[in-house]
Design a protein around this ligand. Structure first.
Ligand code: KIV
Length: 280
């Protein structure tokens, strides 16, 4: 395993998976942590070995992995398949899986039924769902059933059709108050943490101070307890423009494209396979 700081999440948790209790302690100790999305076993294994303590099998798979334009078409069966793959590829990270659009909006019972699938069939340790006050009843039922829940407020991508795009949330007094109410509602319902997406940095800092559960920011500035990025954005696999809040840490698209071109050139030129790759 790669060397990490001596912090409890990056260095101290060995021989077992990170738990929601570890994340609660990290908040008390003022320790920040990173979360990345993952959709398959080999990629998840790389992040696990790199010491990322929490992996999210996000429904961002819709646009980042499965070729859809948005997260809306993603199904429970697809989530179960991807989440199972991520669980099998990892040993140490806490695995959180998204409930996709249509898997929890009907009723709290529907949320419970589909969360149980993710825990039993895929083996994840926690689920995530979008919505603040509107999702509080579902969160409460899941928590009562023993299922850790990560909430997701601010810009909730499953509502892209209602938002008419991906606008920043929480602007103005009314927007800020709504975000704070949503944050308190999910905390009161028992969520172990909450994603704040695309909200002004100052407001995210205020919400983070007001909550005893960790906030996970994406486009929410530096004052959240944790930060999440979609892995394909972070590693430069996404084609074209990425949102303003993304930082690219690698150019994987360039590296992979160059490898594919080199392979094709060698096949065309007769250099591959060579002696080394051939049986006698
Ligand atoms: O689906 C996802 O990847 C997410 C993150 C952007 C938080 O919800």
């Amino acid at each position: 395993m790669t060397e990490h700081s001596n912090s409890s999440l990056y260095g101290g948790v060995t021989g077992r998976r990170v738990t929601v209790r570890d994340l609660a302690k990290a908040k008390q100790n003022g320790e920040r942590w990173a979360m990345l999305t993952a959709y398959d076993a080999p990629t998840a294994a790389v992040f696990d070995e790199a010491g990322i303590p929490v992996l999210l099998v996000g429904d961002s798979a819709g646009n980042c992995h499965l070729g859809y334009e948005t997260t809306v078409p993603v199904t429970m069966d697809q989530m179960v398949m991807m989440a199972g793959s991520v669980v099998r590829g990892t040993e140490r990270a806490l695995i959180v899986a998204d409930l996709p659009f249509g898997a929890y909006q009907e009723s709290a019972q529907q949320a419970l039924h589909n969360s149980v699938r993710l825990l039993k069939e895929a083996g994840v340790q926690a689920v995530k769902l979008e919505g603040g006050e509107r999702s509080a009843a579902a969160i409460q039922l899941l928590v009562e059933a023993g299922i850790p829940v990560m909430a997701h407020i601010g810009l909730t991508p499953q509502s892209v059709n209602a938002f008419g795009g991906y606008p920043v949330q929480g602007r103005g007094d009314e927007g800020a108050q709504r975000l704070l109410n949503d944050a308190k509602a999910v905390q009161d319902a028992g969520a172990f943490s909450v994603v704040l997406e695309a909200v002004p940095a100052k407001l995210a800092g205020e919400v983070t101070s007001a909550l005893h559960i960790p906030t996970v920011g994406i486009g929410a500035g530096p004052d959240c307890d944790a930060q999440v990025l979609v892995w394909t954005d972070m590693a430069g696999m996404t084609a074209g423009r990425v949102p303003k809040f993304v930082k690219r840490y690698a150019d994987l698209r360039g590296v992979l494209g160059a490898a594919a071109t080199a392979f094709a050139d060698e096949v065309r030129g007769g250099a591959f396979p060579g002696e080394e790759q051939s049986f006698r």
